[in-house]
Design a protein around this ligand. Structure first.
Ligand code: RTP
Ligand code: MG
Length: 141
């Protein structure tokens, strides 16, 4: 497996629930390293730009409103097969379908307020990481 980086966001619902540390612990126990992080309250423009691929989807406006409803914690995770590993730790998009013990099963309330984001492929990971971090803000280790 290749050493990869993926972009992770702890969404406003999980930040409000005060479970940043618990979610970081899942990443670390899963073999992923936090190599960059920042807390941010996204502007509407930033959220719309980040989710531009979903612009035409019926849930786009609700998604943007939710993502700007409070601060988020944004991080780059690094590890062997990090993209798939992070999505495995996150669980299914809809927490009703998420496997027991996953982040979404334990911390998400709905398909909208679903606690975390994770990149879905190497190409999107590269774009999403560059959207939030300069290369000088990432500390590979
Ligand atoms: P994410 O991008 O947040 O990691 O989640 P994902 O890949 O599992 O889901 P994706 O299809 O990329 O959708 C992005 C986010 O939009 C919301 N969503 N709502 N109401 C709906 O049918 C619906 N579908 C997606 C979710 O919050 C999802 O995380
Ligand atoms: Mg996605």
């Amino acid at each position: 497996m290749a050493l990869e980086r993926t972009l992770s966001i702890i969404k406003p619902d999980a930040v409000a629930k005060n479970v940043i540390g618990e979610i970081y612990s899942r990443f670390e126990k899963g073999g992923l390293k936090v190599v960059a992080s920042k807390m941010k309250h996204l502007s509407r423009k930033e959220a719309e730009g980040f989710y531009a691929v979903h612009r035409e989807r019926p849930f786009f406006n609700a998604l943007v409103e939710f993502m700007i409803s409070g601060p988020v914690m944004i991080q780059v995770l690094e590890g062997e097969g990090a993209i798939a590993k992070n999505r495995e730790l996150m669980g299914a998009t809809n927490p009703k379908d998420a496997a027991a013990g996953t982040i979404r099963a334990d911390f998400a309330d709905s398909i909208d307020a679903n606690a975390v984001h994770g990149s879905d492929a190497p190409e999107t990971a590269a774009v999403e990481i560059a959207y939030f971090f300069a290369s000088t803000e990432i500390f590979s280790r």
